[in-house]
Design a protein around this ligand. Structure first.
Ligand SMILES: Cc1ncc(COP(=O)(O)O)c(C=O)c1O
Length: 391
């Protein structure tokens, strides 16, 4: 009776973590989930209240012209895009958080008539796997370990396989490793997607949390290559940028044909964003002050992490995002000990990766630690983690 593809989705990371550690105990500090705990900007509550009349309306799937223009203006400013590259009415769609969009897009990209290949980095954000499997694609894990600079080398894949590829996901700054794709990397990925005609989906939801220089984006790569946005979609979220994971608001921008198809699919199965939320989202995309403040908080926490863990446990300062990806030898054992002795929950890296053809799970030696709490809480937790790991 049920879809047997679901059998391949039995190992969602947080279900496995609950099995490993049992339920969280009172007083446990949760550093396993990338759920920002910084205070949301006051403009969220204010704009929601000012637009409360919108709760009485079914929201349009494509949001409002104000929202789409706010996004177009932000993309153009942030990535230095030429005026006119992003048509707000054809190249931008609001989504109810990027998770649903990163999942549903596979239904758009994967043909029904044959079984295409879907490329995913390994380790990776687990939604890509579920999306590929449920769309009837064959997931191909592309190594993204230290040897690859923690980014997948799509160019290393056999061209015959690339010809059968319908979709590829990439994440920059990467969850979990914090690596940032250069403009050159993005240009090469875009060129490859066009040569082999697959849809390149670049998950840029951590793009505003950076420490030295703002990460490049895939639309910027399109601009640098000249021409339009063919074969490329970028996924952006307010969850991390503006510390509002509960608002469920993001957008997808890029290839107009893919977005027209996506809009058609979403009119059947997508969650449209309530109008008061769309108004708050437009206000947030128009404001950078709160983003700069947010970034400064993350930078202070990364500085602390470097001070407390630097030179130990494979610590490498990430270029972006808010995760530490620590090489502790055996991530599951370390997560168990840290939970028992320090009352802190972190995620074993193995749960964010899959075994390769040689049976090796590249995430196995790691733990992922989310620096989502305030500075004092984070510093205290990192000292406790260091003490436990030092044993
Ligand atoms: C890499 C990555 N992509 C997408 C998401 C989804 O975020 P949201 O649905 O809140 O936009 C997350 C959330 O943790 C993430 O880590």
């Amino acid at each position: 009776m049920l879809n047997d593809r679901l059998d391949r989705l039995s190992d969602y990371p947080f279900r496995r973590l609950a099995e490993l550690l049992g339920p969280a105990r009172p007083g446990d500090l949760v550093m396993s989930i990338g759920e920002p705990q910084h205070a949301p900007p006051p403009m969220v509550a204010e704009t929601l209240a000012a637009n409360a009349g919108g709760w009485g309306k079914y929201p349009p799937l494509d949001g409002t012209p104000e929202f789409r223009r706010a996004v177009r203006d932000w993309l153009t400013r942030r990535f230095g895009l030429p005026e006119g590259l992003v048509d707000p009415d054809r190249a931008v769609l609001p989504v109810a958080g990027t998770r649903e969009a990163l999942y549903l897009i596979a239904q758009v990209a994967c043909p029904g008539a044959w079984r295409p290949v879907a490329l995913l980095p390994n380790p990776f954000y687990q939604v890509y796997w579920g999306a590929a499997v449920m769309a009837g694609a064959e997931p191909l894990l592309v190594p993204a370990g230290p040897e690859q600079g923690f980014l997948p080398d799509f160019e290393s894949i056999d061209p015959a396989i690339l010809d059968r590829t319908a979709i590829a996901w990439a994440c920059s700054p990467a969850n979990p490793q914090g690596a940032v794709a250069s403009l050159d990397w993005l240009k090469r990925a875009v060129t490859l997607a066009r040569r082999h005609d697959f849809l390149l989906c670049v998950d840029e939801c951590y793009s505003e949390i950076w420490f030295d220089a703002p990460p490049a984006g895939a639309l910027q790569a399109c601009a640098a290559l000249g021409g339009g946005l063919d074969n490329v979609l970028v996924f952006h979220s307010l969850s991390k940028r503006s510390s509002v994971p509960g608002l469920r608001s993001g957008f997808v921008a890029g290839d107009e044909r893919a977005l027209a198809a996506f809009a058609r699919l979403r009119s059947y199965g997508g969650a449209s964003t309530p109008l008061p939320v769309i108004a708050a989202a437009a206000a947030l995309w128009r404001d950078e002050t709160h983003v700069e403040q947010n970034r400064a908080l993350y930078r202070a926490k990364m500085d602390s992490a470097e001070e407390i863990l630097g030179g130990r446990f494979g610590f490498a300062r990430p270029q972006g995002g808010f995760f530490l990806w620590l090489d502790v030898g055996d991530g599951e054992a370390a997560a168990r000990t840290i939970a028992e002795k320090a009352a802190i929950r972190v995620l074993p890296g193995a749960y964010l990766a899959r075994a390769d053809e040689d049976g090796v799970n590249p995430g196995r030696p790691y733990i992922r630690v989310a620096l989502v709490h305030d500075l004092d809480t984070t510093r205290d937790a990192l000292w406790r983690i260091a003490a436990v790991l030092e044993g």
